[in-house]
Write a protein that binds this ligand. Structure first.
Ligand code: NAD
Ligand code: MG
Length: 329
C-alpha cells in the first residue's frame, strides 16, 4: 500500500529549531530556500564564489556563504547542485564539515543511488524530491498550495531522520498535497526512465520526427510547428487535468478514433522492446556510467548534440512564430 503523508500526519516543529544550509540556488535551491524561510525556518545559502546564482540569491535578500561555510553552520544540509557535480561538492565542501547526527538531504536519488556520494555512516541521509520544477514549487507554496514530493530515509544514525525529513517536507509546502514514500532505486530509476522515454526524449523526438515528415511532404513549416508542437500543451493540460479518458472526451471523435488506430502503429512492439532496454540500462547503471564518463571527458557528445538540435529547422520556425506572437499566448 502506498504511504502518503499530509500536513496532519507530519509536524513542522523539529525543523524550526535547526539551522538549514541550502547548497545551490538554481531551479530547486531558490524555491526550497524561500519556502523554508516563509515557513519560519533558519536558512543559509552556500554558493561558490564564481556562481552565477549569487546575484539572484542576494536580490532575494540572502547573504550568501561559501558551500563549506554554510555546511559548517548547519544541522541540515540540502544539496541542490547539478547531479553530475554532487559527488565532488559532497567530497570537497560538505564531508569535511560533517559531524555525527547532521542530516544530509538530496532532491533526487542519482548521486546516492549510483554511488557518487557514499555518505559517512554516522550522519542521517534522506531524500525529499519535489515532483516538479522549482518555479512551480515556489509558486504553489506562495498561493497556499504545494506540489507533491517523494521521500525516503537512506540512513538514520540519530533516530531523528524521519521526523526531521517529514518536517522539512512540511515546511516546503509539499505535505499540503501529499508526500509519497519511495526508495532511492524507485525514485531514481522511474525519474530517469520517464524523462528519457516520455517527458523529454520520447516527446521531443516524436515532435521533431512528425514535423520533419510534414515538411518533407511539402507542408508549410509554420503549420507543422503549430499542430505538432504548440498543440502539445493543450492536450497535456487535459491529460494533467483528468487523465487519458477525460482528454478523449474533450477532443473530436475523429481525433479519438485516430488515437486508437494510429497510436499503436507509431508506438509498437519494437518501441516497447526499446523501452525495456532503456530501463535495463538505467537499472544496471549503464546510463549513469556513460553520463558520468561524458562529464569527465568534457561533454563532447552532449555539446555536439546540443549544437545539432539548436540549428534544426524547428527551432528557426519556433523563433519566427514567437516573434509573430502566434505562440506562447
Ligand atoms: P540548477 O542547475 O537549476 O541549479 C544548480 C545550482 O547549483 C546553481 O545555483 C549553481 O550555481 C549551483 N552550483 C553549481 N555547481 C556548484 C558547486 N560546485 N557548488 C555549489 N553550488 C554549485 O539545478 P536544479 O534543477 O535546481 O537541480 C538541483 C537538484 O534538484 C538535482 O539533484 C536535481 O535532480 C533535483 N531536482 C530538480 C528538479 C527540477 O525540476 N529542476 C526537480 C526535482 C529535483
Ligand atoms: Mg527529473
Amino acid at each position: 500500500m502506498v504511504n502518503i503523508l499530509y500536513d496532519a500526519d507530519t509536524d513542522i516543529a523539529p525543523i524550526l529549531t535547526k539551522q538549514i544550509a541550502i547548497i545551490g540556488y538554481g531551479s530547486q535551491g531558490h524555491a526550497h530556500a524561500l519556502n523554508l524561510r516563509d515557513s519560519g525556518c533558519h536558512v543559509c545559502i552556500g554558493l561558490p564564489e564564481q556562481s552565477k546564482s549569487r546575484q539572484k540569491a542576494e536580490q532575494d535578500g540572502w547573504s550568501v556563504l561559501l558551500p563549506h561555510e554554510a555546511a559548517a553552520q548547519a544541522d541540515v544540509i540540502m544539496l541542490l547542485v547539478p547531479d553530475q557535480v554532487a559527488g565532488d561538492v559532497y567530497q570537497q565542501s560538505i564531508l569535511p564539515q560533517l559531524s555525527a547526527g547532521k542530516l544530509l538531504l538530496l532532491a533526487h536519488g542519482f548521486a546516492l543511488h549510483f554511488g557518487q556520494i557514499q555518505p559517512r555512516e554516522d550522519i542521517d541521509v534522506a531524500m525529499v524530491a519535489p515532483n516538479g520544477p522549482g518555479v512551480q514549487l515556489r509558486h504553489t507554496y506562495s498561493i497556499g498550495a504545494g506540489i507533491p514530493a517523494l521521500w525516503t530515509i537512506c540512513q538514520d544514525a540519530s533516530g531523528q531522520a524521519q521526523a526531521l525529513t517529514h518536517a522539512y517536507a512540511h515546511a516546503l509546502g509539499c505535505t499540503r498535497v501529499g508526500i509519497i514514500e519511495t526508495t532511492l532505486a524507485e525514485e531514481t530509476e522511474t525519474d530517469l526512465f520517464a524523462e528519457q522515454v516520455v517527458l523529454c526524449g520520447g516527446l521531443t523526438t516524436l515532435i521533431r520526427t512528425a514535423f520533419e515528415t510534414l515538411v518533407e511532404a511539402g507542408y508549410q513549416p509554420e503549420v507543422a510547428y503549430t499542430c505538432c508542437l504548440q498543440e502539445v500543451k493543450l492536450i497535456s493540460d487535459l491529460l494533467y487535468q483528468g487523465g487519458i479518458h477525460f482528454m478523449h472526451n474533450s477532443i473530436s471523435d475523429t481525433a479519438e478514433y485516430g488515437d486508437y488506430v494510429t497510436g499503436p502503429r507509431i508506438i509498437d512492439e519494437h518501441t516497447r522492446e526499446q523501452m525495456r532496454g532503456t530501463l535495463r540500462d538505467i537499472q544496471d547503471g549503464t546510463f549513469a556510467r556513460n553520463w558520468i564518463q561524458e562529464n569527465l571527458s568534457g561533454r563532447p557528445r552532449m555539446n555536439a548534440l546540443r549544437r545539432r538540435d539548436a540549428s534544426h529547422l524547428i527551432e528557426q520556425v519556433g523563433t519566427r512564430m514567437r516573434a509573430m506572437n502566434t505562440t506562447n499566448r
